[in-house]
Design a protein around this ligand. Structure first.
Ligand SMILES: C[S@@+](CC[C@H](N)C(=O)[O-])C[C@H]1O[C@@H](n2cnc3c(N)ncnc32)[C@H](O)[C@@H]1O
Length: 438
């Protein structure tokens, strides 16, 4: 596809690539926004986030306004209509610009023959908005899919796992996430960094459980924050910041971060315990480049290894680890608010495959742990199959594991759900290897 120099065309193309071609938004956006100014690229991104958060709702409006579904060669125009309605309904874009620019985008997308249709549908939406909103409300009362803007399979799994809270979880998945920073302990303290932010007039909020975390209530370019380039802070969600604390690495210990890329948690472990010997493993060489970049900015050192966590025979040096962090590949259903494309890219069938992979990696990693050593199992999922049930099954198949209670959690494992102004959905279980392997 050509590279459009129009924010609406770029947004329609990115949405097309995500929904029709299964590309992630973080891959699609850099391609489609290449020719745009920074502010237009940011606008494109905002339109895509909004569209992906509430896609069933926008598609319901389109069905109400278009006689025949737009398919095959004209499918891109469907996403242009989504983008148009996003602006008119939810982005405070002046109507003349929303309609005019979206109609202009038809040319760039080689859909000039649909110019009149796009113009007509968007003007009809504008005229009928009130009536349409009322009709939508009564449809939402009947359809959970329209009420929650989640795919049916995910909704059903959330409902089964959280009968009281599932609609609230869906609502929170559709909200914009807060911005959390992690203060680098090896360079400064949280209090010192808060003082630096206050000097610059930047509002900041701390957290009583996540001891290195600072929330910035106003979104901003983090690279411009004081000390960012020198590694005084990094961006990391509050919930993700518990991993290094639960691992509790001690100076001189051998630590394995088993699924390490892009290295956020590897860096946190080293910031807290610079004298630990840390191996950062991942099987994705491209993502490992980001581990190198992050460690370089933070001036930290780890041995970076490219290898399969499920098959240590390829890369392991036969020396057991004192502690292992297994931040397992997962459905990422806890971070939908940061990546709304997850709702449409994941399939119900992916979950069983992920659960099987997690199980293989967990068993392979357990064999690398010293007796008396600790393994922290973590996911950014809210689905019990990947979390509590995975660990319960593990505990029935190995004889030498005991669960270490987690201070903040009510049970022996810890399922965090996404919370506004707080952390993402995350799961932790801390396991200790006992001498009893009979
Ligand atoms: C949740 S992400 C890790 C995030 C990372 N811990 C952080 O805090 O920055 C999961 C990682 O697991 C890696 N991965 C998936 N399957 C793997 C395997 N079999 N062996 C090693 N790494 C794997 C993926 O490439 C991905 O980088």
């Amino acid at each position: 596809m050509s590279k459009p120099a129009n924010a609406r065309a770029a947004a329609a193309q990115a949405l097309f690539q995500v929904i029709e071609q299964g590309r992630s938004l973080s891959q699609a956006l850099p391609d489609t926004t290449q020719a745009l100014s920074a502010s237009d690229a940011a606008f494109t991104q905002a339109m895509c986030y909004q569209a992906l958060r509430f896609l069933p709702t926008y598609e319901w409006f389109i069905r109400a306004l278009v006689d025949k579904p737009l398919k095959n060669k004209v499918r891109i125009a469907h996403y242009l209509l989504v983008v148009g309605i996003v602006q008119l309904r939810d982005m405070r874009t002046p109507a003349h610009a929303a309609i005019g620019e979206t109609v202009n985008a038809t040319m760039l997308l080689k859909q000039a023959s649909l110019k009149g249709m796009v113009n007509g549908v968007l003007r009809s939406f504008q005229r009928q908005e009130e009536t349409l909103e009322q009709a939508l409300k009564s449809e939402q009362a009947k359809s959970a899919g329209l009420r929650t803007d989640h795919p049916g399979w995910l909704q059903r799994r959330l409902e089964a796992a959280y009968p009281e809270q599932w609609e609230q979880v869906c609502t929170r998945n559709n909200m914009a996430p807060p911005l959390w920073l992690r203060v680098n302990h090896s360079k400064t303290s949280r209090d010192q960094y808060l003082a630096l932010l206050a000097e610059q007039g930047i509002d900041a909020v701390t957290d009583t459980q996540a001891l290195d975390a600072i929330r910035l209530p106003t979104a901003r370019d983090v690279t411009q924050l004081p000390g960012f380039a020198d590694g005084h802070v990094s961006v990391q969600d509050r919930s993700a910041q518990f991993a290094a604390h639960l691992l509790d690495a001690q100076p001189g210990e051998r630590i394995l971060d088993a699924c390490a890329a892009p290295g956020g948690k590897t860096a946190h472990i080293l910031e807290r315990t610079p004298d630990a010997i840390v191996h950062a493993l991942d099987f994705d060489a491209a993502r490992l480049n980001r581990v190198h970049e992050n460690l370089a900015r933070l001036q930290l050192e780890a041995t970076v290894i490219c290898g399969d966590a499920a098959d240590p025979s390829e890369w392991w040096d036969n020396a057991c680890y004192d502690r292992i962090l297994l931040d397992a590949p997962c459905s990422a259903t806890g971070v939908i608010r940061r990546h709304p494309d997850i709702k449409w890219l994941r399939r119900a069938t992916d979950i069983d495959a992920l659960v099987a992979l997690q199980e293989r990696i967990l068993h392979a990693q357990w064999a690398l742990l010293k007796v008396g050593g600790r393994l922290v199992y973590a996911t950014c999922s809210v689905l019990p199959d990947e979390n509590t049930k995975q660990i319960q099954k593990f505990l029935t198949t190995v004889k030498d594991a005991r669960v270490v209670p987690i201070e903040h959690a009510s049970e022996h494992d810890w399922q965090l759900l996404p919370e506004p102004e707080s952390g993402d959905g995350f799961y932790y279980c801390v396991l200790e290897k006992t001498a009893d392997s009979a």
